[in-house]
Design a protein around this ligand. Structure first.
Ligand SMILES: [Zn+2]
Length: 422
């Protein structure tokens, strides 16, 4: 097939707000998800899979974030919702979140899932029909871009994957997501498969890797290389701190470091848009706080020990020239500023806080209010945010609420269904 004239590029598509929050025992409040979108945008990530448009309690958060996109606050990042590749889900998504513009539609493709999950009730042709019907429905309802996800792709016959991808492309899908759902691939297999898909399906490819065998980042790089060598753009799926189902996904910061700093890779395989690594420390720390999961001490780039040297030879070497024992500088990752930790009196805003304490707290961030009533209104939002997150809000969250109170109100509003049977 005809190759594109320009060298294909690699983009980052973060799925923390979907795969990350699907993780057992973990979750994020809607405000925390919003902050993640803001930090991802600041970092230059191409797309955020920002949630589940068929889930009722996500709808206001999704709509509010789309409003932030429209007003330029969340720009240029692309916000995309994740649903099953079923016509019913497409309709529900547009009913709950009418302004949704980008969707990824997911369906299992492997023989294992056909037998083990669908219990033999669906044939390969049925899978393709369901997916293409869903793509058609999404287009008819106004989706601007549609990605199609082959779940468990790494255990799917290549010939069926090609057929599936061609059908998706024919119906107007913009990308095919190759999901190594179980983390089964290795860099060699995923390279071959992605190259073959790029050559035979002729569609940009997403690489979605898990770390069950400890290879999510390596596989993501190899998969992206396969796509580019096959003539297609690659979109690597990441999560912040690698948090995702089971052993997790490809870590965002580690993936960027691997793409840009590993031996010779960036000479040929380049990012489609620049990534601000300086946001790395901030985004990793926020996700750690929000998920309440510590960053491992040896985490690439952002772990406490990532730039720590104790042995005589290393300490001496790194002091003479950092490049002796460091591949990159801590400053590049936004580290090195001393952290302010309050050791005296501390006023915290929580769900039972009052206006005086809140005004004092905001005053320390140079935020003042026109009146006591205005401070009270903002505090009311802060109280609800605290109810949802169960922890003191970070400065950026408080500043966000003070700056965009109406958006914050939407993000925080939850209205469960009235139960008709009670
Ligand atoms: Zn996943």
């Amino acid at each position: 097939m005809a190759k594109k004239e320009q060298t294909p590029k690699i983009y980052l598509l973060d799925v923390t707000n979907r795969d990350g929050v699907q993780t057992a025992k973990l979750g994020l409040s809607k405000l925390e998800k919003t902050m993640i979108n803001i930090y991802l945008n600041e970092m230059g990530v191409f797309q955020s899979e920002f949630g589940f448009p068929t889930t009722r309690h996500e709808a206001r958060y999704l709509e509010a974030n789309l409003e932030l996109a429209e007003t330029g606050v969340l720009k240029p990042i692309r916000l995309e919702g994740w649903i099953r590749a079923i016509v019913g889900d497409v309709k529900t998504a547009f009913k709950f979140v009418p302004n949704i513009k980008h969707l990824n539609l997911s369906i299992s493709t492997s023989e294992q899932m056909l037998k083990g999950k669908f219990r033999g009730k669906k044939s390969e042709d049925d899978i393709i029909k369901e997916m293409t019907d869903a793509v058609d429905a999404a287009k008819a309802l106004g989706a601007e871009s549609i990605g199609v996800n082959a779940e468990d792709a790494s255990r799917t016959d290549l010939s069926f994957l090609v057929k599936f991808g061609l059908a998706a492309r024919e119906h107007g899908a913009a990308r095919l997501r190759y999901c190594d759902t179980l983390g089964y691939d290795n860099p060699f297999t995923i390279y071959d498969t992605l190259k073959a898909l790029a050559e035979n399906v002729d569609i940009p490819l997403e690489v979605h890797c898990h770390s069950d065998l400890g290879m999510a980042v390596a596989n993501s790089l190899a998969g992206a290389k396969g796509a580019v060598d096959g003539g297609q753009d690659a979109y690597i799926n990441t999560t912040i701190n690698g948090i995702g189902e089971r052993a997790g996904n490809a870590d965002l910061v580690a993936t960027v470091l691997a793409l840009t700093k590993s031996k010779g890779f960036a000479k040929k395989y380049q990012l489609g848009n620049p990534i601000k690594l300086a946001v790395a420390a901030k985004i990793a720390e926020f996700a750690s706080y929000a998920f309440d999961v510590p960053i491992p001490i040896n985490q690439p780039g952002v772990g406490a020990n990532a730039f720590a040297h104790a042995s005589g030879i290393h300490a001496d070497g790194v002091l003479k020239d950092p490049e002796n024992y460091e591949l990159y500088s801590y400053k590049e990752l936004g580290r090195g500023t001393p952290k302010f930790v309050e050791t005296g009196r501390e006023i915290i805003s929580g769900q039972y806080s009052g206006v005086a304490g809140f005004k004092h707290l905001m005053g320390k961030m140079n935020v003042s209010f026109a009146s006591r009533d205005e401070a009270g209104d903002i505090l009311e939002l802060v109280r609800y945010a605290n109810v949802q997150s169960h922890k003191p809000l970070v400065e950026d969250e408080l500043l966000f609420i003070a700056k965009y109170p109406l958006i914050a109100q939407k993000v925080l509003t939850q209205t469960p269904l009235v139960l008709e049977t009670m």
